[in-house]
Design a protein around this ligand. Structure first.
Ligand code: C5P
Length: 232
């Protein structure tokens, strides 16, 4: 069978990370979390550059010693040999990431790295994880900019209410009114900032939409697998 590249985009709280991991695991593909790369770039910039100086951030990110683990069962992020999987999810990093992600030189560099990883995993000779079977890559601009020629392209959406509920459960371990309110500002502000540089609310031409608002996790995974099956 020929290698398959599956591109999945969506806003925060759409469930795209957990769904993408499950899809990759089911299909025996590598998994690339591009959001984790922007988060790692943010950590690295906080440590080695001035966040308010776009040129210094771009220079830092070009020299960033980043290694992405591609196993969907245990995706890793290493910066200079350090495991930063926990650091990249802190509130401090989540709050700063959109600023780093809006730096066009940073985007160009990460796009280059992402394409390199996608090409590598879809080549039997160079694959690190999947043996060349392919990869599921998820983020905000994978279906449109990073891999517009992917075999399968999916936009995973969900209503604002469903997204806030999921994010609230993730961050606060609860989805009562108080917890949802605490999540709302952060989620909506980040989506608004991200939407200035990436387009992930409307499916581009040829991109399948999966709306997970009324689906549970397994149903969402099945819906994405059905899109993949259709393409084969
Ligand atoms: O998906 P996640 O919430 O981890 O993404 C973190 C941030 O990385 C997003 O808020 C966005 O600013 C940025 N991002 C991006 N393009 C991608 C993936 C993530 O700009 N393809």
């Amino acid at each position: 069978t020929s290698p398959v590249v599956v591109a999945i985009d969506g806003p925060s709280g759409s469930g795209k990370s957990s769904v993408s991991k499950a899809v990759a695991a089911r299909l025996g593909l590598a998994y690339l979390d591009t959001g984790a790369m922007y988060r790692a770039a943010t950590v690295w910039s906080m440590e080695t550059a001035d966040l308010d100086d776009a040129a210094s951030v771009a220079t830092a990110v070009r020299a960033m010693p980043l290694v992405m683990g591609l196993d969907p069962a245990a995706p890793g992020v290493e910066l200079d040999g350090r495991d930063v999987a926990v650091t990249i999810r802190t509130t401090e990093v989540t709050t700063a990431v959109s600023k780093v992600a809006s730096n066009l030189d940073v985007r160009a560099e990460l796009k280059r790295l992402q394409r390199e990883i996608i090409d590598q995993e879809s080549s039997a000779a160079d694959a690190v994880f999947s043996g060349g079977r392919g990869i599921v890559a998820e983020g905000r601009d994978i279906t449109t900019v990073v891999a517009p020629d992917a075999d399968v392209r999916v936009l995973l959406t969900a209503s604002e209410e469903a997204r806030l509920r999921r994010r609230s459960l993730e961050v606060h371990g609860a989805a009562d009114a108080t917890a949802v309110d605490a999540t709302r500002d952060q989620v909506l502000r980040r989506d608004r900032d991200d939407a200035k540089v990436t387009q992930f609310h409307v499916a581009a031409d040829g991109v399948a939409t999966v709306d997970s608002s009324d689906l549970d996790f397994e149903q969402t995974v099945d819906a994405v697998l059905a899109v993949v099956a259709q393409a084969e």
